[in-house]
Write a new protein. Sequence first.
Length: 548
Amino acid sequence: MSNVFIGGAWPYANGSLHLGRLSSVLPGDVLARYFRSKGDNVLYVSGSDCHGTPVAVQAANEGISPGAFASRYHEEFLKCFEQMGFSYDLYTRTDQQQHHKVVQELFAKLLENGHLYKKTISQCYCEVDQRFLPDRYVEGTCPVCGQRARGDQCDYCSTILDPADLLDRVCKLCGNTPTERPTEHYYLSLSKFQSELTDYVDEAVHWRENAVKLTKRYLKEELQDRAVTRDLSWGVDVPVAGFEEKKIYVWIEAVSGYLSASKQWASQSGGSWEDFWSEGQEEITAYYVHGKDNIPFHTLIWPVVLLGAGGLHLPDRIISSEYLTLEGQKFSTSRNWAVWVPDILERYHPDSIRYFLIANGPEKRDTDFSWREFIYSHNGELLGAFGNFVNRSLAFVEKFYEGIVPSGKLDKGWSDNIDLLYLESGRLIEAGDLKDALEYIFSYVRKANQYFDRQKPWIQVKEDREACDSTIFTCVQIIANLANLLHPFLPFSCEKIRGFLSLELPNWQPCSVPPNLQVTDLQLLFERIDISRIKEEEGRLVQQQVNK
C-alpha cells in the first residue's frame, strides 16, 4: 500500500469560483477517488487562500474585517466543492492559527539553515494611498513581452517579475505613478538551489509538458533570489524582532498550506502527517494539481522551501492544466464573462459538469467551454451512451425478469478484456492522463451498447431464453464494473448504480453481481437537456455582462 498525497490549488477568497478555476483543480478529486479505490493511503487537502492585499482592500471598502470578507467566499467554496463531489480529507483556510504556526516554523527553519538573508530594497510606495504597494498592486508593461502585467508575474509570457522590472508603473488602487522608498526585507536564496533543482527537474516523471518546459526555462535563465516578506497589514506575522509591521509574503505562505493542512488533518483525525511528508518514508507519491499560472510556485519555490527546511518530501507529479476559455474568449471576472460555479450547479447535474471538464478540459492545451458543446456532451455521451446502456439493461431486467438478475454465462469477449480495462485506465489516471482514461473507459461503454444491439435480447427473450439470460447477465456485470471504473469521474451516477445492484464500495478490480440479485429503486441516471437551453444560456451570459 502506497501513501499518496494530493495537494489541490488554493482558490483565492476574494470572489466566486468560475469553471476555469474549477477545471484546474478537478483532476485532484479524480486522483483521490482512484487511489482510495485501489486501497492506497490517501491524503487529499486544500483550502481557501484568505490573505493578501485584494482581500484587505475589498474588506475595507465594505467596512468589514478581512477575515469576515474571506469567510464569505470560503463558505461558498466549501458548498461548491461539496456539491461537486470533491472528496477532500481536509479543506481549510490560511487565516487559521495552525497555518500561521506552520508557516512561521518553516520561516524559522529556513533562517536557521542559512537560506534567508536581509536586504534593503526600494519598494513601490503610493503617495496618494500612503502605503507600500504589494507586487500585485503595481501594474505596468512587461519588459519581456510588452503586454500589461502585474508586479509579480506576467500572465502572457509567465515571466516572474518584481515591480521594479515593469515599465510605465502605476498603482492599481488609484492609477497614479508610485514612488520608491527604501525598506528592509528577508530574501530566499533561490540561486543556491540552481544545481539541485536542475537535477530534480531532469529526473521528473509524469509532470505535464507545460510544467517541464516552463520550469526548465526559468532554470536556463537562472534563478533569482526573491523577497519572502512584505510591508502588508493582513497575513502571517514575521517571527523576527524588528519585523513586527511586516508579513510573510503570500507566494511562499500559500504553498506552505499543503504542509499546514496535513498537520491540521493529523491533529483532527489522529492520522500521521509524517506518512505523507517525511523524506525517510517509503512509497510516498505526491501529486500537485493546479493551473499553469501556478507552475513555478509548485516546481521551484515550494521545492526550495522543502529542501531548505530539510527532511520533507518533494513534489513527484505536477498536474498543471492549461487554460479554459468561454465561448472562444478568456474568462474575465471584471467583465463578468464567466460561468460561475454556484450558478451552473443550480441548473445542471454535477456529473455533467465533471464529465465535460475532464473529457473536454484543458489538460494539454487550451480548450473552450461552450454551452452548445456542454449540452450536446451531456445528451450524447452521458445520457446517450452511459445512461442509455445502464437503463436499457436494467429496465430489461425489471420488465422480463421481475427485477431479478438472471443466471447466465459471462460473454468471453468481455471477460477477456476486463483486466486490461482496469490496468490500462488505471495507468492513464496515475500518469495524469485523465482525458485519455475517460475516453478509454467510454470506448467500452460504446462497445457495451453495440453488444446489446448485436445480441437483440428483445428477440432472444422470445426465441432463446437461455441466450437472453447470458446476454442480460453479461450486461449487468459490465454495469457493475463501470460503476467502479467511472467512480472517480462520475461519483454521483456510480453511487446510484451501486444502489441499484447493492454493490459494495468502489474497488479497482473486477467485480461481479451474483445471479438472482434483486434490482432495487431503478431510476434514470440522466435526463435529456432540451437544446433550446443553449440559446437560453448564451443569452444569460450576455445579460450578466450588461448587469455587472
